[in-house]
Design a protein around this ligand. Structure first.
Ligand code: APR
Ligand code: PHB
Length: 389
């Protein structure tokens, strides 16, 4: 097989990149280790920055997103009796779109398939070769057979546990990491959300988040410790804990129901650089991880692949390599700012096991400042809706 861009991974990064390249007449093949059903069932976050939604529109995959996505002009933060509403639209003139990553993934898969795109599931990439010089190639296993793809470029969109990052020699690759001493236990249910807008909660028992997928489907999270197992959390225990942490008015409105999905995710911040090595380009979770506070993961993936598609368009259209050369620096400048915001929001809202009374005092002062300062709220809003792409 031969293609212009071989893409490893059919998460949002790989699918969106493939679709953006298609719009510009650039050929790609997407190889995905998991089954189609697995990829379509994965539950992830669901807040799209306006810039991300615009990229999805340019990729021609926005029909359902625009019909079903819910525009949010504000977001709530709660701590004790204090409620802060950040007026996203008022401060920035921009909004966010609540639309599940699961839905976006389905839209992109269906779009690629309808257009006859080469998207191969259960194709495990086991080797990536010759990215430094010559013609890159990928070896993958599919249906018990080993096959090869030869290409001009490899896009490593294979997430945090993928293999493409390992093609960058250890003396070149830098990894910057912070692990947080807690996780998020998430529950999805077909119950109406407690509030029109998301509520991020700093509670003495730990963080909580009230989010949603639609007017009939809610997504909730509570901070948990890393040694907890999802089996220890019956639905009843989850709902009781959530109710304790939610502000009183929201708790009074809470409707409970059976969980459709329940899982624990650890929280970490990771940045790897450079994001390019020869003819290999990393995008999305393959290059960086953010804690989910602030919902930046999918949005960073979208800006990466937007920059990468632009760089390939410059190369194939005008023979211009400048954007390919500048890809890593361009992405990282945006990534570090989203990393900073996600880290800051995580630090502001969680209960840290080793937190001293001093640390708690600083946290409360920060929340007090956010509640009282228009400037602090504007800075929050600017970051939450997404910095310019
Ligand atoms: N061969 C083929 N596919 C692979 C391989 C491999 N060797 N290794 C990993 N993959 C696939 C995974 O099975 C997964 O489907 O790569 C895909 C990576 O997808 P994601 O993990 O979703 O990463 P990304 O597309 O960058 O998405 C970023 O989505 O994952 C969330 O939290 C993340 O919101 C962020 C956004
Ligand atoms: C979600 O809806 O899953 C969600 C929303 C906002 C976040 C994280 C997750 O910050």
């Amino acid at each position: 097989m031969r293609t212009q861009v071989a893409i490893v991974g059919a998460g949002p990064s790989g699918l969106l990149l493939s679709q953006l390249l298609h719009v510009h007449g650039i050929d790609s093949i997407v190889l995905e280790r998991r089954s189609r059903a697995y990829v379509l069932a994965r539950v992830r976050a669901g807040v799209l920055e306006q810039g991300t939604a615009d990229i999805v529109r340019r990729a021609g995959a926005a029909t359902r997103m625009d019909a079903e996505g819910i525009v949010h002009g504000g977001v709530g933060i709660s701590c004790g009796d204090r409620r802060i509403r950040i007026d996203l639209a008022g401060h920035t003139g921009r909004t966010v779109l609540v639309y599940g990553q699961t839905e976006l993934t389905r839209d992109l898969v269906e779009k690629r398939e309808a257009l006859g795109g080469k998207l191969i599931f259960e194709a495990d990439v086991v080797a990536i070769e010759h990215v430094e010089a010559g013609e890159p190639s990928l070896t993958f296993r599919h249906g018990g057979i080993e096959r090869r793809v030869v290409c001009d470029f490899v896009a490593g969109c294979d997430g945090f546990h993928g293999i493409s990052r390992n093609c960058i020699p250890p003396h070149v690759l830098q990894v910057h990491e912070r692990i947080y001493p807690f996780g998020w236990l998430g529950l999805l249910s077909d119950t109406p959300p407690v509030s029109e807008e998301l509520i991020y909660v700093n509670h003495e028992r730990g963080f909580a988040l009230a989010s949603m997928r639609s007017r009939a489907r809610s997504r909730y999270y509570v901070q948990c410790s890393l040694d907890e197992r999802v089996e220890d959390w019956s639905d009843e225990r989850f709902w009781a804990e959530l109710k304790t942490r939610l502000p009183a008015d929201a708790a009074a409105r809470l409707e409970t129901g059976p969980s459709l999905e329940k899982s624990i995710a650890p929280l970490r911040s990771v940045v790897t650089e450079p994001m390019r090595h020869g003819r290999l380009f990393l995008a999305g979770d393959a290059a960086h991880i953010v804690p989910p506070t602030g919902a930046k993961g999918l949005n960073l993936a979208a800006s990466d692949v937007h920059y990468l598609a632009e760089a390939f368009v410059g190369f194939y259209g005008r023979g211009d390599e400048a954007a390919l050369d500048g890809y890593s620096a361009r992405c990282l400048s945006r990534i570090w700012k989203a990393e900073r915001f996600s880290w800051w929001m995580t630090s502001l809202l969680h209960r840290f096991p080793d937190q001293t009374s001093f640390d708690r005092g600083v946290q409360l002062a920060e929340l007090d400042y956010l509640a009282q300062s228009r400037h602090a709220q504007a800075a929050f809003a600017e970051n939450y809706v997404g910095l310019p792409i």
